[in-house]
Design a protein around this ligand. Structure first.
Ligand code: OSB
Ligand code: MG
Length: 375
């Protein structure tokens, strides 16, 4: 029988981070997270997670706009209709509603998980994954001073991380990167992420990062500014990586055509779901651009989707896929996500669906509100 969604539940939980996470445009100490639970007409279930944050400092979408979009327009589009393929979910959502990609992804991703569960396959298998373990990188928030950052990168290296990413902002860049490079030595893969904090007048300043041999500079300029990213790339030796700018496969095509960067960070929650993420992956692969999987401080539910996606062939750089214990006192899944001493996360390819089990008692305890949607 064809998959048909019979019930959708949405709720918000609050999950305190072990330590605050600061990027150029804001800081978060407690994650407000929207969770989605789907049940199909045959009683199969899947959990999903929305990547939106509390404030619109990374994306225009927030926890509250996603709640609004899901309850007002999106949930009803997925209920009680035949979804022959996982791609059918995004097709329905996209035909009726513009934008709201994070809200759409929160519903679309668990439809993929339902398909996997129904077929007795892992999500990674359904997506076309080819790898059983993924290299893990850490994303370090902006620290109070360079010495504090040196301590963090040293600890990250000894934990086994394969790549260390530093959040930067004007006033917290050159000196921080210099100290970090000195702390980890010349061979550690190091990158920076500006979350759009610079503009083209900073080109000469950013070129001063070239001597530190960074793997990439992530999203230096405004998300909309593909042309200026291309201009900046021409002035730098360090590869640019796009995160916020890539919201769809069409945007990836434009970035490739313009030469806006040489690497793409894929977050399924940012591009409208896994179908769109696969399309971005394939476009980049065809153009010879490596991709890697970013993170949005997800709980263990969101992470499971990222890990499955990162098992695809063109994910050729370590992902922001830190283990549960890096973010949370206790995660909301079992088993928790872990990292081996040599910096790898295992893809649960021999378990059906997302490969981890939601800890429903704990989720209930953390829940602030919940809403149910029926046909
Ligand atoms: O730009 O990649 C980003 C977290 C929140 C918002 C934006 C970003 C990030 C991260 C965290 O870098 C990566 C992670 O989940 O570990
Ligand atoms: Mg980023």
């Amino acid at each position: 029988m064809t998959l048909s969604v019979a019930r959708i539940e949405m709720r918000e939980i609050a999950l305190p981070l072990r330590e605050p996470f600061r990027i150029s445009s804001g800081v978060v100490s407690e994650r407000r997270i929207l969770l989605v639970h789907l049940r199909d007409a045959d009683g199969h279930e899947a959990w999903g997670e929305c990547v939106a944050g509390e404030a619109p400092n990374y994306s225009p979408e927030t926890v509250d706009t996603c709640r609004h979009a899901i309850r007002t327009w999106l949930a009803s589009l997925l209920l009680d209709v035949p979804l022959d393929t996982p791609a059918a979910a995004a097709a329905r959502l996209d035909r009726h509603v513009r934008g709201h990609r994070m809200a759409k992804a929160a519903l679309e991703m668990p439809v993929w998980a339902l398909h996997a569960v129904r077929g007795g396959q892992s999500l990674a298998q359904v997506l076309g994954g080819v790898r059983a373990a993924i290299e893990v990188g850490i994303s370090l928030g902006i620290q109070a001073d360079p010495a504090a950052l040196a301590a963090k990168v040293t600890a990250a290296r000894s934990t086994g991380y394969r790549r260390i990413k530093l959040k930067i902002a004007p006033g917290a860049d050159l000196e921080f990167v210099r100290v970090a490079r000195e702390a980890v030595g010349p061979d550690m893969a190091l990158s920076v992420d500006a979350n759009a904090a610079y503009d083209l007048r900073d080109a000469a300043h950013l070129a001063r990062l070239d001597p530190f041999r960074l793997v990439m500079i992530e999203q230096p300029l405004e998300p909309e500014d593909l042309r200026r990213h291309a201009e900046l790339q021409r002035q730098l030796a360090t590869p640019l990586c796009l995160d916020e700018s890539i919201t769809s496969a069409a945007r990836a095509d434009d970035a490739i055509a313009l030469g806006s960067g040489r690497i793409v960070n894929i977050k399924p929650g940012r591009v409208g779901g896994l179908g769109s993420a696969l399309a971005v992956h394939d476009r980049c692969a065809a153009a010879g651009l490596p991709v890697w999987c970013g993170g949005m401080l997800e709980s263990g539910i969101g992470r499971s989707y990222n890990v499955a996606l990162a098992s695809l062939p063109n994910f050729r750089l370590p992902g922001d896929l830190s283990p549960s214990a890096r973010y949370w006192e206790r995660d909301i899944v079992q088993p928790e996500w872990t990292m081996s001493a040599d910096g790898m996360v295992t893809v649960p390819i021999d378990r059906p669906g997302i490969g981890v089990t939601a800890d429903v008692d704990r989720i209930d305890n953390l829940t602030r509100w919940r809403e149910e949607f029926l046909p």
